[in-house]
Design a binder for this molecule. Structure first.
Ligand code: CIR
Length: 263
């Protein structure tokens, strides 16, 4: 229609400052190593600047002193265009993280809440268009996946559950790095779940390198995976590499530290 323009899309990224108690974070697959909290905070600020450079308006929640893992806001919710589903994290010590995330999302989306006995971490949810791939993991159970299915199938989404083993979350094993391309560690899941998508394999020496955050044309990627980084660049993928060594010791990666959605 002449004279009518679509409203510009703005990206919001919700993040949270690192709690000093991160040194007592939950660990599942890693041995505990000392975390340098000051260095972790500096790395997290670098990450937030990369989100801003990628066009996000960054909304940083204050630190939750008594919630060690609360910087990993991705696990607290699944944000879609139509609604946000507030998670019920699989680790009981993380359940109190969702209240403040729900409060931050309320102005932007109607909220639905996962109910017991369902448990789900947002790190287990990979959205590709109207397809939601949900990791059946040590954190996410079939009851929660069924609740997500019931909420989303009337909205035209298809929900697939994907067994993951050997890693924390689905998105430890696979993330999207371009429109039709996934970055994957096939040792941790069955890649056939993803049909005809192109796959870039992590370098075998870098099993933890499959987590990347795609924002428009740009991919935010953690330092520490140089061989996989080269593979991504060889595929023409434009990377913004951020240092994340301290949060990696808490089993965190780039997707975990933000909830990104458009308004
Ligand atoms: C945890 O075990 O829950 C945290 N230490 C790490 C969570 C990382 N989150 C994510 O990958 N989405």
């Amino acid at each position: 229609m002449a004279g009518v323009r679509a409203a510009p899309i703005m990206l919001i990224a919700i993040t949270r400052e690192i709690s000093p108690s991160i040194v007592r974070c939950v660990l599942t697959h890693l041995e505990r190593e000392p975390i340098d909290v000051q260095k972790a905070k500096a790395q997290h600020q670098h990450y937030e600047r990369s989100l801003a450079a990628a066009g996000c308006l960054v909304h940083t929640l204050p630190a939750e002193t008594d919630l060690p893992d609360s910087v990993f806001v991705e696990d607290a919710a699944i944000v879609l265009d139509e609604l946000a589903i507030i998670a019920r994290p699989g680790a009981a010590s993380r359940r109190a993280e969702t209240d403040s995330v729900a409060g931050a999302l309320r102005p932007y989306r109607p909220l639905s809440f996962i109910q017991p006995p369902g448990t789900i971490d947002g790190g287990d949810v990979l959205r590709l268009g109207k397809q939601l791939f949900i990791g059946l993991s040590c954190r996410t159970n079939p009851q929660a996946i069924e609740q997500v299915h019931r909420l989303l199938s009337p909205l035209g989404y298809t929900v697939h559950s994907v067994a993951v083993h050997g890693c924390l979350h689905l998105k430890s094993a696979v993330t999207q790095v371009a429109e039709n391309t996934l970055l994957m560690n096939r040792a941790w899941l069955d890649q056939r779940a993803f049909g005809q998508m192109d796959i870039i394999d992590v370098h075998p020496s870098e099993p933890h390198g499959a987590n990347a955050l795609l924002l428009g044309e740009r991919v935010i990627y953690a330092g520490g995976y140089p061989a996989t980084c080269r593979r991504l660049m060889d595929h023409g993928i434009s990377l913004e590499v951020v240092p994340l060594s301290e949060l990696a010791k808490a089993e965190g990666a780039v997707t975990c530290c933000s909830l990104v959605f458009s308004v």
